[in-house]
Design a protein around this ligand. Structure first.
Ligand code: SAH
Length: 249
C-alpha cells in the first residue's frame, strides 16, 4: 500500500515533533496507522516529505524525522481556468477533477449569462478550496491549486491576458478555429489562461471583447459541451499538449 498522504500547514510542519492532529488524526485512526508506519507529508506548496509514526496518543500521532522527497507530480505548465459560474454545485466537480488533471489555479468568473452573482459565489470559495485540498491529497499532488476570489468577466480578461497564451473555446467557432489547426503546432508555453462560458455561453459582446484583446478563440468540436465538460476537457487538452498529461514531458 502506498504511504498515506497528509497536507499540513507550515506552522504544523515547524513543530517538534510534527504531529497529526484533528481531522488528520481521525483519518490516521481510520487507516489504523501505528508506530513505525510510513506517511507522506506535504505543505501544499510543492514540498513533500516522508516520515514514520513515532508515537500514538488518543488525540495525536507524533512523527519521527522528516526526509525531504524530490517532488515529481506537478506539471511545469501553469494552467489557470477562468470558469463561468453557473447555478448548482458544478464548480465542485470542476475543482475536484481539474485538480486531478493538473490545473494550477481556478478563478470563478461572473459573466453576462451567469446565474450566480459575485456576492452569492464568494462565500462558496472556502468549500471549493477545501475540495481542491482533498483532491490534491487523494491524487498525489504536492501543490494545492488555488481557488481564487470570483472575478467579473472584465477583471478575469485583464488578468488572464498576462499568460503566454489565452484561449477561449466558443461553440459557434468553425473548423478554421479547431484546436488542432490553431494550437497543435504552437511551441512550448509555460502559462496558459482558459476562458469557459457558463451554461448560457458568452455574450456576443464578451466574445468580441476577448477576441479583440488577443484571446485565441477555438472550437472543441461539433457537439455543444456543457460548461463543466468544456472546462475540464480544455484543461486536459492544454496539459496534454504543453504539460505532462499523457506521461512524460
Ligand atoms: N450557449 C450554449 C451553451 C454554452 S456551453 C447553448 O446554450 O447552446 C458553455 C461553454 O462551453 C461555452 O461558452 C464555451 O466556452 C464552451 N463550449 C461548449 N461546447 C463547445 C464547443 N463545441 N466548442 C467550443 N467551446 C465549447
Amino acid at each position: 500500500m502506498a504511504a498515506p498522504r497528509f497536507i499540513l500547514s507550515s506552522e504544523a510542519l515547524q513543530q517538534a515533533p510534527v504531529c497529526l492532529t484533528g481531522a488528520d488524526a481521525r483519518h490516521a485512526r481510520v487507516l489504523r496507522l501505528q508506530s513505525g508506519d510510513e506517511v507522506r507529508l506535504c505543505d501544499g506548496q510543492g514540498r513533500e516529505w516522508s516520515a514514520r509514526i513515532a508515537g500514538v496518543t488518543p488525540q495525536a500521532l507524533a512523527l519521527g524525522e522528516l526526509t525531504p522527497l524530490a517532488a515529481q507530480p506537478e506539471p511545469a505548465l501553469q494552467v489557470t481556468l477562468y470558469q463561468g459560474l453557473a447555478r448548482g454545485d458544478k464548480l465542485e466537480l470542476i475543482v475536484q477533477k481539474g485538480t486531478e488533471l493538473g490545473m494550477t489555479r481556478l478563478v470563478p468568473m461572473v459573466t453576462a449569462h451567469s446565474q450566480l452573482r459575485l456576492e452569492a459565489a464568494s462565500p462558496k470559495r472556502i468549500r471549493w478550496q477545501e475540495i481542491a485540498r482533498q483532491a490534491a491529497r487523494q491524487c498525489g499532488r504536492t501543490r494545492v491549486p488555488e481557488v481564487a476570489a470570483p472575478l467579473s468577466f472584465a477583471q478575469a480578461l485583464t488578468e488572464g491576458l498576462s499568460a503566454e497564451v489565452a484561449i477561449m473555446p466558443f461553440e459557434r467557432a468553425g473548423a478554421e478555429h479547431s484546436w488542432k489547426r490553431q494550437l497543435a503546432s504552437k511551441a512550448q508555453v509555460n502559462t496558459v489562461s482558459l476562458f469557459i462560458g457558463p451554461e448560457g455561453g458568452f455574450s456576443d459582446q464578451e466574445m468580441d471583447l476577448a477576441l479583440a484583446a488577443g484571446v485565441q478563440g477555438v472550437s472543441l468540436g461539433p457537439r455543444i459541451l456543457r460548461s463543466e465538460t468544456a472546462g475540464l476537457i480544455t484543461v486536459a487538452l492544454a496539459l496534454f499538449q504543453w504539460g505532462d498529461l499523457g506521461g512524460g514531458a
